[in-house]
Design a protein around this ligand. Structure first.
Ligand SMILES: CC(C)[C@H](C(=O)O)[C@@H](O)C(=O)O
Ligand code: SF4
Length: 411
């Protein structure tokens, strides 16, 4: 039977011939848990086993409260260091980067089945892996057995064609889709992104798309492999859907006239054209996260910045997604440029994304962020408001101190 990418990977991983709706008891290729979720996973694991199933396949990055910003965080991190050492698992201490970026850079290969105790694990679909978030208890069980139950999801095929206009990028595409599909429009479904626009898109851009599959309720996002995937992963493994594969829905979009998009408070699917919210005054701009903290994102932000300065009225917080990203930006003097323009540049971590560490918003404050969620209270006070945008919109807005269309000043 012809198969979607999700059906192929789950069939391979469970050694069965499966189609959407079937259940798979599958072998996991990689299991990731971070500083927030791994402590509970370790507790769950300790109740059922003494040795992990395969230390090379377990990855524990400390990224959400990194370096530790409370005694509780410090204690949890200490516990994880000890666990990783005792069990010999792969471990990334504070400062290395966001869990998902580290997984992309160092671990994930096409066709793999990857679980992460974090909802944005779906990001790795950019490399042709079936990757999905699981709870800490499931993660604890997976640490012990290397196996987990999955229901094979239906797949929505999203075909994108057309060249993205200047100053419009992958984030605008995925915000547009979130607005169209809605926050629960793809519940337990996989989103396969395909078409000429995807073929031209960098791995970083594909990661931005797959990252936000969960914001539509999706089980995962997926992109077939090509030369870019091979180059990025150093792997010749290929995965693509069969031509006659069965999709629950097929959506087509032409992005050649796409406008910069903004998700307005307090829902990711409350998506507007930038013209509808232009002029909204800002207190803070955050450029970073597993959605848009990659080299390509920050480089775009730097290009928008040019020789200008960030507004004194705004705290502009920039957080590269990993040490590797940070180093590359440093080599190109981009970090220096941000600093000289007045930004606060922090070491790689989740940053203000979910308000778990620094850069929280106060009562009545307004933030613009390149991250993936703008839920009430997520980035600080429940009385703060957060807008989501691309790095290009965020940079231009940080310069002006209000939400600003980057196309206006660049023409
Ligand atoms: C901490 C973690 C459980 C959480 C997630 O699962 O997504 C976080 O990364 C987030 O973005 O809200
Ligand atoms: S950057 Fe934000 S969305 Fe991504 S893992 Fe960290 S907290 Fe979650």
């Amino acid at each position: 039977m012809p198969k979607t990418i999700a059906e192929k990977i789950l069939s391979r991983a469970s050694d069965q011939d499966l189609e959407a709706g079937d259940y798979a008891f599958a072998d996991i290729d990689l299991a990731m848990a971070n500083d927030i979720t791994a402590p509970l996973a370790v507790d769950a694991f300790n109740e059922i086993a003494e040795e992990v199933w395969d230390p090379d396949k377990i990855i524990i990055p400390l990224d959400h409260q990194a370096p530790a910003d409370s005694i509780q965080a410090a204690d949890n991190q200490k516990k994880l260091r000890k666990f990783a050492k005792e069990q010999n698992t792969t471990f990334y201490d504070v400062g290395e980067g966001i869990c998902h970026q580290l997984m992309l850079e160092n671990h994930v290969k096409p066709g793999q089945l990857v679980i992460g105790a974090d909802s944005h694990t779906c990001t790795y679909g950019a490399l042709g892996a079936f990757a999905t978030g699981v709870g800490s208890t499931d993660m604890g069980a997976a640490f012990a057995s290397g196996k987990l139950w999955f229901k094979v999801p239906e797949t929505i095929k999203v075909t994108l064609e057309g060249k993205l206009p200047d100053y419009v990028g992958p984030k605008d595409v995925i915000l547009m889709l979130a607005g169209e599909i809605g926050a629960s429009g793809a519940l337990y479904q996989a989103l396969e992104f395909t078409g000429p626009t995807i073929e031209k898109m960098s791995i970083a851009g594909r990661a931005t798309l797959c990252n936000m599959a969960i914001e539509m309720g999706g089980k995962t996002g997926l992109v077939a492999t090509d030369e870019k995937t091979k180059e990025y992963t150093g792997s010749n493994r290929e995965i693509e859907p069969d031509e006659e594969a069965d999709y629950i829905e097929e959506k087509h979009y032409d992005v050649s006239n796409l406008e910069p998009k903004i998700a307005a408070p307090h829902e990711v699917d409350n998506v507007k054209d930038i013209s509808e919210v232009e002029g909204t005054e800002l207190d803070q701009v955050f450029i970073g996260s597993c959605t848009n903290g990659r080299y390509q994102d920050l480089k775009k932000a730097a290009e928008i910045l040019g020789e200008r300065k960030f507004s004194n009225e705004v705290r502009t917080i920039i957080v590269p997604a990993s040490r590797k990203v940070n180093k590359k930006l440093m080599e190109e003097d981009i970090i220096e440029k941000f600093m000289d323009a007045g930004a606060i540049v922090q070491s790689p971590c989740c940053g203000p994304c979910m308000g778990s560490s620094f850069g929280l918003l106060g009562e009545g404050e307004v933030g613009l962020a390149t991250s993936n969620r703008n839920f009430k209270g997520r980035e600080g006070s429940p009385k703060a408001r957060v807008y989501l945008s691309s790095p290009m919109v965020a940079a231009e807005s940080a310069i002006k101190g209000e939400i600003t269309d980057p196309r206006k000043n660049q023409k």
